[in-house]
Structure formats: structure tokens, C-alpha cells
Design a protein around this ligand. Structure first.
Ligand SMILES: Cc1ncc(COP(=O)(O)O)c(C=O)c1O
Length: 379
């Protein structure tokens, strides 16, 4: 059988068996609705509230500051739209040029409804210059800058951004960073944050938003009174428990996982440098997540990005050419363009994203596959 090497963990991760085990009782016998008053409902309610308490503690928050959502996309939408619309807290949204589309597109939608928006420029590694937010230091502005980038892994200076704009509301999308680098709401000084379970070996369709206490946050999704009126909809208890266990394990094992992934990412960089002529790195050696390495090629104009990904797939290697959410479209990655790459270089980029389960053999095999895929294309 062909060897299979999955190196697309920033798109999604496999569910950990321990997470699945923890979820199963909540799909089988404990099926109650957490809003029901009877024993079935009370049991579900306890599970949801215990998950909320534990997740809150993992990020240095209070349980009342956590709202479960269907994932990162919903959390980003709810935060941006509620701040500007339902909650009436802000009239301006400022976001970085390298945000995920789950921030950029809601911001653009708000702009169509008359909200003022502005895009923060980034340097050649995709980092926001903290001083550039100073003009936006006003209470009715929401600044949204991701904690770490999903395409390049670069870590944004969230604390410095907070210090440069102490009066603005600050949101960070921590979907990629949570579980990879330490995350603490107090240390970062954020008012809002976004999380997703399926990037940390949890189930798809569940995530959370952190909303700092004292902020009068009104639901963006209306219906029942769940989540203290901040997000309507029957709580998916099994998914919430899965998120809880995945988050617990990610934080408990953070250092050991990070050390492992960092060592392999370094090996990958070294092998690519030795074996792939003309390789260019879109991920800095310092100040990036331990598990992402994004590359492109000096002769990118001669290469076809989709053919690279499909060529790797023929060798059983799963990698991606940018944001998974825009895969399938031929738009060059807005993140790589913001770094100053040419459209051809952005299109030919490859993102390797590792996990705690990636091995040295996986890395060596992936580099060998890339050599073989590139050779005929360059002839
Ligand atoms: C940085 C970032 N934000 C948001 C999302 C969307 O999260 P979800 O898939 O949970 O909706 C992703 C997923 O690719 C992401 O990488």
C-alpha cells in the first residue's frame, strides 16, 4: 500500500481516540437537552458547565466569559457583527491584511452596511507593526489581529498592539495558536478571542468565543436564551465535551508537543534547503508556530500550484497551497501577496503543517516526494 503522510494539520486534525471516547456517552445514553429541567437535562447542563469552567481556566478566563459556538468562523462573525450592530459598541473595524477570510469577509460585509473599516499593513513576514494601530486608539473601534497566521504560522505582537491602543476593543483569532503556544487572555490583554476544536484533535463544528466580563455583548444569532442570551441554539453536548478534552490535552501537553513539532519543522527546513534548489521560505525561523512551514520557489512562474499539491497527493502526501478555505479557487493567497510575494510565487506556495503525531520519517518522505514532483515540472 502507498505510504500516506498527512501534513495539513492547519486545515484540520484527526480526532484523538481519547476525545472520541469522552464524547460517546453524550451521543448515546446522555442525550438530554441542557435546557430541560428533568434529570436528562440537568446531566447535560452539568457537562456543559464543567466544560465551560475547564476551558475558561485553560485560558485564564472566568467561565461567564466563554460562549460556545459552532467554530472559529461563527465566533469571528459574531464578534465583529455584534460589536458593530446588535451590541452597538463600535463604528469602526480595523484588521490586519493577513487575517483569515472568517474575519475579512464579515468586516467587508459590515463595510457594505456603512461601518468604517481599515486594513493594517504588515511587514515582509506578515507581522503588524504595533505603532500602526496607535491612530485607532479610540473606544468605538474594534481592532482584530490574529494571534498566529494560518498560512505562515507567524505570531502577531498582540500584547504590543494592546499597549499601543489601550482604549480600543481588541479581538484576536486564536484558532491556530491555541494549544501550540501559550494563550492567556490577561497576558495578551484582549477583549475578545476565537477558538476552534478541530485544529487541536477535537471534533469539527465546535469552538468558542471569549468575551471579557463587563462587555455588554448581545447575540448575533437570535433564538432561545442559551449561553446567557449571547448565542441561541441547543448546546451540542458531545461536541462541547470533545472540545473540552481536546483543549485540556493540548494545554497539558503543550510544551512536549511544541518541542517535538519544532524539531521536525527545523529538520524540514534544513532538508528543503539542502535538496530543493530555489526554495524560498514564507515562514520566519523565529516567532512562528512550531508546526507550520510555508515555502515557495524562485522559479514559481514555471510551476503550477495545484499541480504541485496534486503531485504530492499522488505520492500520498497531503499538503496545502494556502488557506484551506480558498482551496479550489485559483486566487493567489492574500496572505502571501501581503508579504510581497508575486502572484506566481503565492500560487506555487506549499504549506506543510505538522502535528504531535508527525514523525521524522514523514518529513523525509515528504521532501523526497517534493523532489520527485518538482523534477519533471522544471525540465
Ligand atoms: C485562523 C483561522 N480562523 C478561523 C478559522 C475557521 O475556523 P472553523 O473551521 O472552526 O470555522 C480557521 C480555519 O481554517 C483559521 O485557520
Amino acid at each position: 500500500m502507498m505510504r500516506r503522510v498527512y501534513l495539513d494539520h492547519s486545515a484540520t486534525t484527526p480526532l484523538d481516540p481519547e476525545v472520541l471516547e469522552a464524547m460517546l456517552p453524550w451521543l448515546r445514553e446522555h442525550f438530554g437537552n441542557a435546557s430541560s429541567l428533568h434529570a436528562w437535562g440537568r446531566r447535560a447542563r452539568v457537562a456543559v458547565e464543567e466544560a465551560r469552567e475547564e476551558f475558561a481556566a485553560l485560558i485564564g478566563a472566568h467561565p461567564s466569559e466563554i460562549v460556545f459556538t459552532s467554530g472559529g468562523t461563527e465566533a469571528n462573525n459574531a464578534i465583529l457583527k455584534s460589536c458593530c450592530q446588535e451590541s452597538g459598541l463600535t463604528d469602526t473595524v480595523v484588521y490586519s491584511a493577513v487575517e483569515h477570510h472568517a474575519v475579512i469577509h464579515p468586516a467587508e460585509a459590515l463595510a457594505r452596511h456603512g461601518i468604517r473599516t481599515a486594513v493594517l499593513p504588515v511587514d515582509s513576514w506578515g507581522r503588524v507593526e504595533p505603532e500602526s494601530v496607535r491612530p485607532w486608539n479610540r473606544p468605538r473601534t474594534l481592532i482584530s489581529v490574529m494571534h498566529a497566521n494560518n498560512e505562515t504560522g507567524v505570531i502577531e505582537p498582540i500584547r504590543a498592539i494592546r499597549d499601543a491602543a489601550p482604549d480600543a476593543l481588541l479581538h484576536t483569532d486564536a484558532v491556530q495558536s491555541f494549544g501550540k503556544i501559550p494563550f492567556h487572555v490577561g497576558q495578551l490583554g484582549v477583549d475578545f478571542a476565537t477558538f476552534s476544536a478541530h485544529k487541536i484533535h477535537g471534533p469539527k463544528g465546535i469552538g468558542a468565543m471569549y468575551i471579557r466580563r463587563g462587555i455588554d455583548f448581545k447575540a448575533h444569532q437570535h433564538g432561545g436564551a442559551q449561553e446567557r442570551n449571547r448565542r441561541a441554539g441547543t448546546e451540542p453536548v458531545a461536541l462541547i465535551v470533545g472540545f473540552q478534552v481536546a483543549a485540556r490535552r493540548a494545554v497539558e501537553q503543550l510544551e512536549q508537543r511544541a518541542r517535538h513539532m519544532e524539531r521536525l519543522t527545523r529538520l524540514l527546513r534544513q532538508l528543503l534547503r539542502e535538496r530543493i534548489p530555489g526554495v524560498l521560505f514564507n515562514t520566519p525561523e523565529e516567532g512562528a508556530l512550531p508546526n507550520i512551514l510555508n515555502i515557495t520557489f524562485a522559479d514559481a512562474h514555471k510551476l503550477d500550484g495545484d499541480a504541485l499539491i496534486l503531485g504530492m497527493d499522488l505520492y500520498g502526501v497531503g499538503v496545502s497551497n494556502g488557506s484551506a478555505c480558498s482551496a479550489g479557487t485559483m486566487q493567489p493567497s492574500h496572505v502571501l501577496l501581503a508579504l510581497g510575494r508575486t502572484p506566481a510565487q503565492a500560487r506555487a506556495a506549499i504549506r506543510f503543517s505538522l502535528s504531535k503525531d508527525t514523525t521524522e520519517d514523514d518529513i523525509r518522505y515528504a521532501v523526497e516526494a517534493l523532489e520527485r514532483v518538482l523534477a519533471p515540472m522544471r525540465d
